[in-house]
Design a protein around this ligand. Structure first.
Ligand SMILES: NC(=O)c1ccc[n+]([C@@H]2O[C@H](COP(=O)([O-])OP(=O)(O)OC[C@H]3O[C@@H](n4cnc5c(N)ncnc54)[C@H](O)[C@@H]3O)[C@@H](O)[C@H]2O)c1
Ligand SMILES: [Fe+2]
Length: 366
């Protein structure tokens, strides 16, 4: 028995952002984006078309951290009118921030209590969100969770609630045209990881698998081409479609061991999320191949019949994009790496892994 559900209204295509005024239909909105020139100009354009928002929350930095989220909610609390809807224009950090603000309303403590003590879910506000992704990576536009970092305590939390699925995802590939090469690669690798992680996952099902296989095949073909031809609008559109499909896949499965490994690497080494969650993929794939026929079938649909050759292909594909795949490249010696793998396997996402922990430890030991 299995089920699949995702309530997000997805609207996709070059220029689809122009539908925002119609979607808002005169409601009070708050606009969330980065405080960067390109995004400020985009915000001005949105405001001229949709009217003045009740607040512009633009103090958003990559990897939203508890220390940065509190002032945003405080800023909202000072507004005379609270928003009916939040419009998030940016990458995963902006959309995840919107989910935290949506859940907390003007009082960040609601979210803080839930994350740190597991208390007060019924207190969450859950203002509706319109998500406008400007990276092709996180899939946050179709998931109901937000990654919240606590760098001071070297912790990562996941805020998760079905009421936090965005109401609408406006996926406009033209918004990614200015994404530089390194961010294009990082975010594309995050999407690839979402696709593969939803396959070697205890929650995998036939629908998530269909999305995941399709997404992974597109990314393996398109990302190297796009990295060499950043102005190619057709490739930008394919990558946004792939990230969206990977998002749909893992919106029902969550991620798995590669993501659980990545959190410590990001917290301790500062490695960007997309690299931290993808440099282990060839080793994870080697360790899981042959373990489960459904998983094998999906991986063969992506990599061909010979999964050992497929794992080598994936490793070389990553290296060709400039990604280092050895733990030493991330300053982990063998003992420290085995410790990290063991603790990641016991983590929440690690427990979703369909493979054998021992096989993963061994794949690195040989
Ligand atoms: N909620 C989820 O399901 C989910 C899944 C994966 C990752 N995440 C989280 O998302 C965050 C990462 O998000 P991200 O990778 O999308 O990047 P991001 O939002 O952190 O942005 C990274 C940088 O990209 C720049 N940028 C974004 N769009 C741009 C554009 N169109 N043109 C030029 N520059 C642009 C931003 O200014 C920023 O400096 C992390 O915190 C990660 O943990 C969430
Ligand atoms: Fe991710």
């Amino acid at each position: 028995m299995w089920s699949f559900s995702n309530p997000v209204n997805i609207q996709f295509g070059e220029g689809v952002l122009s539908r925002l005024p119609e979607l808002l239909d005169g409601q009070n909105y708050a606009l969330l984006t980065y405080d960067e020139p390109w995004f400020s100009a985009l915000a001005d354009q949105v405001i001229s078309q949709c009217g003045v928002p009740v607040a512009v929350l633009n103090q958003i930095v990559p990897n939203p951290d508890i220390k940065d989220l509190l002032p945003l909610c405080q800023q909202l609390s000072e507004m005379p009118v609270q928003p009916d809807v939040l419009v998030a224009i940016g990458g995963g950090s902006v959309i995840d921030t919107a989910k935290v603000v949506a859940a907390a309303g003007e009082d960040f403590d609601r979210v803080y209590q839930l994350l740190t003590q597991g208390k007060g879910r019924e207190e969450l506000v859950c203002t509706p969100i319109i998500a406008v992704p400007t990276t092709s990576g996180t899939g946050s536009e179709v998931t109901c969770w937000a990654t919240v970092w606590d760098s001071a305590h070297e912790r990562k939390y996941s805020l998760a609630d079905p009421r936090l699925y965005p109401q609408v995802a406006l996926c406009d590939p033209s918004l990614t045209h200015e994404l530089p090469e390194f961010l294009t690669i990082c975010t594309g690798l995050d999407a690839l990881s979402h696709a593969l992680e939803s396959i070697w996952n205890k929650n995998n099902n036939p629908v998530s698998s269909t999305y995941a296989v399709d997404a992974a095949r597109i990314i393996l073909n398109v990302l190297p081409e796009l990295a060499a031809d950043l102005n190619n609008a057709a490739l930008r559109s394919r990558m946004m479609e792939a990230a969206l499909k990977a998002g749909l896949a893992f919106s029902n499965t969550k991620t798995s061991i590669a993501h659980n490994i990545s959190y410590e690497v990001t917290l301790r080494r500062g490695t960007p999320h997309g690299i931290a969650c993808s440099f282990t993929l060839p080793y994870v794939m080697r360790s899981v191949s042959g373990e489960n026929s459904v998983c094998d079938q999906a991986l063969k649909a992506i990599f061909g019949e010979d999964l050992a050759a497929g794992s080598d292909y994936l490793e070389n594909w990553l290296k060709d994009l400039g990604i280092k795949v050895q733990p030493e490249d991330y300053q982990y010696d063998p003992a420290d790496w085995q410790r990290l793998l063991t603790s990641a396997l016991a983590g929440e996402r690690g427990k979703n892994f369909i493979g054998q922990g021992e096989a993963l430890l061994t794949s690195y030991a040989v």
